[in-house]
Design a protein. Structure first.
Length: 181
């Protein structure tokens, strides 16, 4: 939502109707910032309870779920002129908690956008191996996650040093194991 609000603001600033539109836009932007802060506090509080979180397993199409996640990061990619290379098979049905998996995908994708240099590329690839284990590969041109920081991913208030690291594939694998174990 924040990405779409920022795009709307730039359109309003360039509009001849700036004075009329801006008076409605500022309260909307301020309300979004308050919701963002409240949501962040809520999720921080809920992280302590995640092990008791009921898993709502169902069969769903991973491609459709990932396309919805991409919808939310697309404005941020456009702002930084990042290209997205997406390779997901059609009808990739999996069983799991769709909302939790989408959240687990959104986090590393937001970080990929945040830490990628302008005009960079983000690659998302979904595939299975011989053992039928699903692999979700996310690569960006940012610094990645330091190997020393991997054990702390998923802990409340932890921020990686974001120097030279392993990237988001290991991070995503860690998050999914964290949610389902």
């Amino acid at each position: 939502m924040k990405g779409y609000i920022e795009k709307l603001e730039s359109e309003i600033l360039a509009s001849e109707l700036y004075s009329q539109l801006h008076q409605y836009f500022i309260p909307l932007k301020n309300a979004l910032e308050k919701v963002e802060k409240l949501t962040s506090k809520l999720f921080t509080s809920l992280e302590y309870l995640i092990k008791d979180l009921p898993i709502k397993e169902k069969v769903f199409d991973l491609k459709v779920a990932l396309e919805e996640v991409i919808f939310w990061i697309k404005p941020l990619c456009e702002d930084k002129k990042l290209s997205l290379e997406i390779d997901i098979p059609q009808n990739f049905l999996i069983k799991g908690d769709q909302d939790l998996i989408m959240q687990a995908l959104l986090n590393p994708l937001e970080n990929a956008v945040k830490f990628s240099p302008p005009n960079g590329k983000i690659t998302i690839k979904v595939y299975t191996r011989e053992n039928q284990k699903i692999n979700i590969f996310i690569r960006d041109e940012g610094p990645g996650v330091s190997p020393a920081d991997l054990p702390f991913l998923g802990m409340p208030f932890f921020k990686s040093s974001a120097e030279k690291g392993l990237g988001h594939e290991q991070y995503l694998d860690f998050l999914i194991r964290y949610v389902y174990n």
